[in-house]
Design a protein around this ligand. Structure first.
Ligand code: ZN
Length: 131
């Protein structure tokens, strides 16, 4: 049942493909780790995968963010409340732009309420910033 498609160990230092059994890189001699995870799949491993997917045909744009970290913060808040959300990935790291946060249409009202609560909490902590 456990089929592996790995054909070898990729050296983290130089990128050379080595034998699966190899302990060190044949090219540069660096120690080879057993972990075969790609950097992408190593992120957000604590998240439920079901909370990271939103059906494109049944989603609602909840909010737009100028910063990816703000968007991820909001997304994390929703996920910790059991609401699935997805971020648009059109923004390149370090470049200005807008990140769109989507949830399922049925979750949108709850998402807005949660984000409004979080904003209210944040704004009461710095009330000298009255608009
Ligand atoms: Zn190497």
């Amino acid at each position: 049942m456990a089929e592996t498609i790995e054909s070898g160990k990729v050296c983290g230092a130089c990128g050379t493909m080595n034998d699966v059994e190899a302990r060190s890189c044949t090219n540069c001699g660096a120690r080879l780790e057993d972990a075969q995870e790609s950097p992408e799949s190593a992120h957000f491993v604590d998240d439920d995968p079901a909370l990271r997917y939103v059906d494109p045909n049944n989603r609602v744009e909840v909010e737009r963010f100028e910063r990816l970290d703000e968007a991820e913060l909001a997304c994390g808040l929703l996920r910790s409340n059991g609401i699935a959300c997805e971020l648009s990935s059109m923004v390149l790291p370090g470049l200005p732009g807008e990140v769109i946060l989507w949830t399922h249409a049925r979750d949108a009202e709850m998402a807005w309420a949660l984000l409004a609560d979080a904003e209210r909490e944040a704004s009461t902590k710095k009330d000298d910033d009255a608009a």
